[in-house]
Design a protein around this ligand. Structure first.
Ligand SMILES: Cc1ncc(COP(=O)(O)O)c(C=O)c1O
Length: 337
């Protein structure tokens, strides 16, 4: 966090553990390390962004407890991070979400004192919720005194918070990693890690992992089931050349790889964690023997117990696929940048 020393629970944001995954693929010819962002106090990597996005305003006096109102659009994890920081400082937060946000995330935000507004209609042109959420944020800003929009999709403080994410990975893996796999939505993580890697001249291949149906890397939009990674509108933080490779992952890939991670490594992680692991599997035969790979696992699995980890939900969307996480499973699609 820039220029301010966090106190209380906010001191526990970041410095998450990096663990080696040796069981998920015991025959692997490369080493695989996972950065467990679930260990942040709000349960996700977005705690880092939330802290950075607000601490600048608090330090500069722009955000004043009891007077300022923070307004943001979030599918859940950033909202929880913001609710934590706002709750700690006594700042009012209005978070605009859509029906794809899971119930637990909304309940956690409310428990931390945030006001949560759920938009119910999709945009008539794109069929997506995000444009409607952003329009609603603008309406609230226009009608609210002392309102502040952190705007995670364009604010450079979002990627800046992830310079530390990459620095921590580098410090934990002397000489490495050779590959970094990173899920994308606002592109804060990708851009922050890429900026740090380039500044430090780290010889790392950065692989962006996006959802099938997301438009971030120029594909056509399509319906997606799993929240977290992917975006319906290309974020302003996106820049060409941030990633060396892009891998697009289906909802089924996410489920299979989350369930495999839980079964083999006893790590219960969210949907985008399954996505990055699917990307590693897809890239596997191009990764040189002895290489060191790092994946960022963005959030906790507890908030996906009704979906990814619910057999009935999985069967209703994909049929009987339990054999896939006991065997090799489907492969994600890779596009060189
Ligand atoms: C679970 C999860 N994974 C991945 C991401 C993507 O991170 P970023 O917004 O930094 O691109 C997010 C963002 O909200 C997320 O919540």
């Amino acid at each position: 966090m820039a220029d301010t020393v966090p106190t209380g629970v906010l001191r526990t944001v970041g410095r998450t553990p990096l663990v080696e995954l040796t069981r998920i693929d015991p025959t692997s010819h490369f080493r695989l390390f996972a950065k467990l962002e679930a260990h942040n106090p709000g349960g996700s990597i977005k705690d880092r962004s939330a802290l950075e996005l607000l601490s600048e305003g608090i330090r500069s006096g722009r955000l004043i407890p009891g007077r300022s109102v923070v307004v943001e659009s979030s599918s859940g994890n950033l909202g929880i991070g913001l609710a934590q920081v706002c709750g700690y400082f006594g700042i009012r937060l209005i978070c605009v979400v859509d029906p794809r946000a899971n119930r637990q995330n909304i309940a956690i935000m409310r428990a931390l004192g945030a006001e949560v507004e759920v938009v119910t209609r999709t945009d008539p042109v794109t069929g997506e919720y995000l444009p409607v959420r952003i329009r609603r944020v603008r309406e609230i800003l226009a009608g609210t005194e002392h309102a502040y929009w952190p705007d995670q999709y364009s604010n450079p403080l979002n990627p800046r918070s992830h310079h530390a994410t990459m620095r921590e990975i580098r410090e934990a893996l002397p000489g490495g990693p050779d590959y970094l796999f990173c899920a994308t939505s606002s592109c804060g993580t990708l851009r922050g890690c890429a900026e740090y890697a380039r500044e430090q001249q780290l010889p790392v291949t950065i692989v962006a992992v996006d959802a099938e149906g997301s438009v971030i890397f120029g594909r056509r939009p399509a319906p997606r089931l799993i929240p977290g990674h992917g975006a319906a509108v290309r974020p302003a933080l996106h820049q060409d050349g941030l990633a060396d490779e892009v891998v697009h992952v289906s909802d089924l890939d996410c489920v299979v790889n989350c369930r495999r991670l839980a079964h083999r490594e006893a790590i219960l992680a969210g949907g985008s964690s399954g996505a990055v692991l699917a990307a590693v599997r897809r890239m596997g035969d191009r990764i040189p023997p002895g290489a060191t790979c790092a994946v960022i696992l963005p959030d906790r699995g507890e908030r996906y117990l009704d979906t990814i980890y619910d057999d009935g939900w999985v069967e209703s969307h994909f049929g009987d696929v339990t054999h896939l996480w006991r065997e090799n499973g489907p492969m994600a699609e890779v596009t060189p940048c």
